[in-house]
Design a protein around this ligand. Sequence first.
Ligand code: HEC
Ligand code: HEC
Length: 192
Amino acid sequence: MTALGWSVLVLGSVAFGGLLSCSDPVLDDAIDAQGNETAEIPQGPLHRAGQPCVVCHQEGGPAADFPFTVAGTIFAQPARQIGVDGAEVRMTDADGTKHTAKTNCVGNFFVKPDEWAPKFPILVEVAKGNLRRSMRSPIGREPSCAGCHVPQIPVSDPASQVSHIYLFAGDEPGFPEGALDCAVDPKRPGSP
Ligand code: HEC
Ligand code: HEC
């Protein structure tokens, strides 16, 4: 075999080996950083509130069979992390198409590719009843709200703009303690 033949063979196997192992160390670290599931919360729509969902719910992640184009969690309070039920997450993409997702009883929402596959950047606002909060800047390409809005426990600086997303500012009447009929505690594990 010629030298060229060998090098083609070697290159070919390197590429093939890369495909087989298919590991991305940066993604693996991001997945590991999310930790284990919380006991008594089943793997499903109510799990991992406040986490960057799409780290796992994408190609190459452990939930690759259930990918999301956008996902996150909306909490009620600035200083506690209690999920808001039935909040609307209204989004508009670069082409002007719109999609509204609704939160479940722990505050989680998620968008599947067949529901809406936005062209980033996207604009977003969150609303419930007559309360509304808009994110002023567009989201460039990060599909997980918690890619930026990281919940902290304890909440060291509730005024920090990129702490967890909250809908209510303080003690409005009817200030929610979370949905009573939720299958899991709507308060995020570890929240005060
Ligand atoms: C650390 C990885 C990880 C994170 C972070 C994560 N998930 Fe999951 N999720 C999984 C795995 C693994 C499954 C089970 C997938 C399977 O059955 O193949 C799952 C299952 C689900 C399912 C059920 C899918 C179906 O139709 O059966 C939903 C819905 C879901 N997650 C929503 C979310 C939401 C919303 C978030 C963010 C608030 C989130 N997940 C964060 C790993 C994760
Ligand atoms: C790339 C980082 C990033 C991502 C991803 C992101 N945000 Fe934001 N968000 C910010 C920053 C920075 C601010 C504060 C400045 C502003 O409003 O643009 C903010 C502000 C907000 C506010 C206004 C807060 C207030 O009280 O004024 C809301 C609501 C919000 N984001 C919701 C969301 C939702 C919902 C998602 C997921 C669909 C999301 N954000 C994803 C960075 C991000």
